[in-house]
Structures are given as C-alpha cells and as structure tokens.
Design a protein around this ligand. Structure first.
Ligand code: GLU
Length: 442
C-alpha cells in the first residue's frame, strides 16, 4: 500500500512551503488509495515545542489533511538505538573526536588546496588504542556514517528523473552528537523503514540528504522507498522569500483565505497544469500526478491566491459555510451574496445590507419623485425586482443607470452589489417599501 509521510519539526509554525509539501503527500496517498502519515521530527528537544505540535495538527486539519496515523520521533529513540548498534557492529558507523574548530580548519585547508571540503575520514584511521585514550580522557565521540565509496548512488526521482551521486564526493555525515542526541538523517531512515513509507516526497533541498540516505536504507537491509523532490516555492518576484517562510495558516485565515483556495493553488503551482478554482478535493486528488511537476521554482503569488479565493467562494455550497455566516443568514441569502465576495467575512456586510438599516445618499427632487412612484408600484410576486423595473421602465421611460441606480441606492445604500433580483426578496416587501419612502423623505 502506498504510504507517504509529512515530517515537520515542531520548532515553528508551518508556512506555505511546508503546507504545499504536506498537501502533495496527502494527494499522492489519496490518489493511490494509500495512507498519509504525520511524523513529528522532535528529536531536538531544545528547539521543539509542544504548542507547535498542536499547531501542526490544527493547520493540517484546517487544510483538510487529516493524517491516517501519527508518530513522534521523541518516542522512538529505542528504534534508533537498535539501528545504531547494528550499524556500529557492521562498521558503518564510526566514532569521531574532532572539535568544531578542527573541522573548520580542515575545511579551510582543503578549500585552500582547491579540494572539495569533504571530511577526510581521519577518525576512521584511528587505532583502537587511540580511541581508548580519548575515552580515558573523558572525550565522548560523535558518530559518522561511513559511505560505501564502491556503491554508486542512483535513483529514478519522481520529479527530477535519473539522479546520480558519487559517494566519494560526499562527506560521511554525522548522525549522532557526542551528547547522544540524533541528527535528522538516520532516524528519518529508520522511521521510513519502520513506518512502511513507500514514497518520500519533499523539497529539493533534501536531494543530497537522499543520496546519503539511499545507502543507509541498504545498510539497514531495506529497499529504499521511491523518492521525488519538488522545486522550492519562491515569491512572485521569483526569489526565495522570507515573507513566504513566515506566511502561516493564521495569517492566511485572517486575510480571509479559504483552505480550498490555498489547496487549489498549492496543488497546481509548479506543475504544467493551470491553476484553477477547483473547490472539490476529489477533483484535486484525481488530477494529481507527479509527472506534471516541473523543475523550475514554483512561484507563489498572493494576488493569485486572493483571486482564486474569490472564485472558490463563488462556488461554495451553503452547507460548507453555514456555520461561519451571520446568524439568520440562510441559503437563499448565501446564493444571492456569494458572487460578490472576495472573503467570507464580507458576507456579514451584505447581510447587514439585507437586514438594515441602510442609509441612502440624498437625492434630487426628480429622483425622489421617481422613487415615490417606485414605492407605489412595488408589488410582491415571484420576481419583485423584475416586475418593479419593468413597470417603472414603461411608466417613466427611464432605462439603464437612470432606472436602476437610484433604486439600488435607496434599497441598499450602495451603488453596486449583489444582483437585485436575488437581493430584493431577501429584504422583503415592507422593508423595501419603507426604504424607498425614506429615500423620498430625504
Ligand atoms: N524534518 C525534516 C524537515 O522538515 C523532514 C525531511 C523529510 O521529509 O525527510 O526538513
């Protein structure tokens, strides 16, 4: 069964880039009838915060991405310990004693000689006696994973195509610190194996991690999952943007962005398919295909999101928004008002126009006479607005703006707004007549 995972670190709020990766993993799983898991990467106890874990769950739920399971790395340390013992026994992990300063110096020397700044494996050459001496001095080692230089690294990336790495060009990665804490690389592989992850879909900033992790899967006796790395999200101006890095669900919600709009945009950005106001989650699932993803950075444009948001609102059924509408606002009102909305919050303003009171601009004598005539001709049938305007057109010879604008102003207090055919029945006969007469009185 296809199983994907989203693996955030709870060290901050999710931003649109994270949400995009989460959505794509969810879509990939749903399309294949598989499972989508949340893995909380909280091995870094100092930087992980519990309220961020809850915020991650809430943000995913807001976007409609409810995981089929959740794991926390902080509760899986025994598994990492087992893998560690196995890899040490197999000679794939080796202890290192260099300090940060020593490593930095080595880097500089290599760069100065025109060599790539990879780790020189000095610790691998240490004798048992030298290690014993370090231990006697009370110096605890950090641990590196020994890459197998005889095993070329290659995979068919779901987005980037054939990938090749020469392991000799890579540093043996540090997997564990001297204090026993874990770096990201090995626990992630252990979990991907244990959780039965079949597809790892993540940002292209992880490509070189994948190269290393490919060998870790093999070293732990597992077949690597399929990998796909998506191009990063950039701002509308085409650059990696700090703004995007801090654009979180709360900010978007406050701006009135609907989760359906964000999902519609994030599902298609960076793909060859057009961004469209697809409100149906099922349609997004069916249309999802890694083959459509390109390698160029995906541009996130907040104005495009706002446009999409309006277009999505215009299609949302009453049932999906009812609990967020003003009290008393029913389905007919939603249908009448939604074509005018950029955000759902604006529904409240239009509902206020329906329920009143409204204030119309002061009108000249001729217009007031016209509105008095309107009040007399107002009859209530299936389509009071159609009937009223037809009658007035015949009776006064007015048409176009001269006919419609004063009526709209008197009835709604505004120059523009929802279709009056739909709005007038909501205002009701008595209130409509009262508004016309108030405008006449000036
Ligand atoms: N916690 C890692 C990150 O947020 C997970 C990367 C991965 O998907 O393996 O970058």
């Amino acid at each position: 069964m296809v199983t994907t995972r989203f693996a955030p670190s709870p060290t901050g709020r999710l931003h649109v880039g994270n949400l995009r990766t989460a959505l794509h993993n969810w879509l990939l799983a749903r399309k294949a009838g598989g499972r989508f898991l949340l893995r909380v990467d909280d091995t870094d106890a100092a930087r992980s915060e519990e309220h961020f874990v809850q915020a991650i769950r809430d943000d995913l739920a807001w976007l409609g991405l409810v995981p089929d399971g959740e794991e926390r790395q902080s509760q899986r340390l025994a598994l990492y310990e087992q893998a560690f013992d196995r890899l040490v026994a197999d000679g794939r992990l080796y202890p290192c004693y260099e300090t940060q300063q020593e490593l930095e110096l080595k880097r500089k020397v290599r760069l100065g000689r025109g060599l790539p700044p990879t780790y020189d494996r000095a610790a691998l050459a240490m004798t048992g006696a030298e290690r014993v001496e370090k231990a006697a001095q009370g110096i605890a080692p950090h641990w590196r994973f020994r890459l197998d230089h005889g095993e070329p690294i290659a995979w068919q990336d779901g987005i980037r195509g054939a990938q090749h790495f020469d392991p000799a060009q890579l540093s043996d990665p540090v997997v564990r610190r001297a204090d026993g804490s874990w770096l990201y690389m090995l626990p992630s592989v252990v979990d991907d194996i244990a959780m039965g992850i079949t597809d790892v879909l993540r940002g292209e900033d992880h490509v070189s991690n994948t190269a290393v992790q490919m060998q870790m899967f093999t070293a732990l006796g597992a077949a690597p999952p399929r990998f796909a790395h998506e191009a990063l999200l950039v701002g509308a101006e085409g650059k990696l943007s700090k703004r995007l890095g801090s654009l979180d669900c709360d900010t978007l919600r406050q701006r009135g962005i609907e989760p359906q709009a964000l999902a519609a945009l994030l599902a298609r950005l960076g793909t060859s398919r057009p961004v469209e106001p697809v409100a149906s989650r099922q349609a997004l699932v069916e249309g999802f295909d890694l083959a459509d993803f390109g390698r160029a950075p995906a541009r996130f444009d907040e104005e495009e999101l706002a446009r999409l948001n309006a277009a999505i609102l215009h299609q949302l059924p009453y049932a999906e928004v009812a609990d967020r509408l003003p009290a008393g606002m029913g389905e007919a009102a939603w249908q009448a008002i939604r074509p005018n909305l950029a955000t759902l919050a604006e529904a409240g303003e239009w509902w206020q126009v329906v329920t009143g009171p409204v204030e119309s601009p002061s009108m000249d004598a001729e217009t007031r006479a016209f509105l008095a005539q309107a009040a007399r001709h107002l009859v209530w049938g299936a389509d009071p607005w159609g009937a009223l305007t037809q009658t007035l057109k015949r009776a006064t010879g007015r048409s176009g703006k001269a006919l419609f604008l004063p009526l709209r102003q008197a009835l709604t207090g505004r120059d523009s707004g929802p279709d009056m055919h739909a709005l007038l029945p909501l205002i009701g006969e008595d209130e409509a007549r009262a508004r016309l007469l108030r405008a006449v009185a000036g």
